[in-house]
Design a protein around this ligand. Sequence first.
Ligand SMILES: Nc1ncnc2c1ncn2[C@@H]1O[C@H](COP(=O)(O)OP(=O)(O)OP(=O)(O)O)[C@@H](O)[C@H]1O
Ligand SMILES: [Mg+2]
Length: 395
Amino acid sequence: MGIFTTFTSLSKFTKLTYIHLILEGPVPTSENPFRPTAGATPPEVIGRSGLLDEFEYGLELGSGAPGLLSIFTGARGIGKTVMLGAAHTVAREHGWAVIAETATGTFMGRIGEKMRRLTQELADNPESRRRITGLSIAGFSITSQLTPERQVDWRELGETLLALLDERGTGLLITVDEIHAADRTELAQLAANVQHFIQDRLPIGLIFAGLPSAVSDLLNEGVATFLRRADKIDLHAAAVRDVEKSYTDTFAAADISIQPELVREAAVATGGYPFLIQLIGYFLWREAEKNNGTLSSDAVGRAIAGGIRRNERVVIEAALAAASAKDREFLHAMSIDDEPSTTADIIHRTGSRPTLVAKYRNRLIDAGLIESTGHGKVDFAIPGLGEYLRKNPDA
Ligand SMILES: Nc1ncnc2c1ncn2[C@@H]1O[C@H](COP(=O)(O)OP(=O)(O)OP(=O)(O)O)[C@@H](O)[C@H]1O
Ligand SMILES: [Mg+2]
């Protein structure tokens, strides 16, 4: 009698649930939502509200709106690719077609090929009123640069596609990620064509993303002067209090119990840096899974240490692996400072000639390891890099 009878009288489903609770513990009540992987959509895009407003307004206006031409810049892991993903979603919600490319190899050919397929799809759709001229166009080679004839085809195909989309009251968004790796000739071709489409009042949007130095070079070199009119959106770390709020909400929704001061400690440890937000969140969740949904101070400490270690391995050590001995000497000389370093101090500390220091300064800026903060000063562009170098003098 008693407990056993009560138990046997329960439905099979309830029994299974009870057994599950006894074996597994009650919480978290869902699976780990954190995504510490490049480009992966996080559970909550923190601190980016309003950034796509101008773009969305542009989608409604259709053609020539300033928000339709944008460039996201920021340090590694700051969330550029995630913002491009958010732009794709907004564009699709407005019925726009999206071509998303990464600036490796010959991306113009790949964009051309995708435009050709989209045009074909629209032509197969009886809604279209226009006679399609672009369809005689054969596929684009996606392994070599466009020949002059293919450049003409590319533009004509673009015009055909955009006119078809325009008839339907939508348009085309092209995004190119990692433009720091891009072939300048291809970028110039893309920019020239897009400028031409805009002049023809065709509904085109173009968004680039890349490391700050590459973007400023690109704009200054005159490769694509019309891009200077683009809306340049610099992404920075999120506010720690927004991270704190997001963690609080995410853990509460999964019945994970954690003291407010521990949430705060974890949020502070992220420095608002998106990749660390995901890493530390991910490890907190793992700890909660191991400890029946409760996060003690020790567990939070382990999660923070685990997140920081992973960031060091994935971001910092990978970045340093590509740096030369002389690059590292420069970086170590910088790591002595808690604030941006002056060129004069680096010359003094390394004992190198000013011209050599200037050369390495530029190399490191191009590599995305440091950034100029004005007045001849430089700072680390990757969060945690300075601390890492201080901890590891032989790195
Ligand atoms: N606003 C955000 N809020 C929370 N997490 C974010 C946010 N933006 C990006 N992340 C997370 O940060 C990590 C890095 O994002 P992403 O890959 O977009 O950065 P990136 O700037 O493109 O980096 P890279 O320069 O290496 O290409 C991912 O794990 C992503 O889920
Ligand atoms: Mg990226």
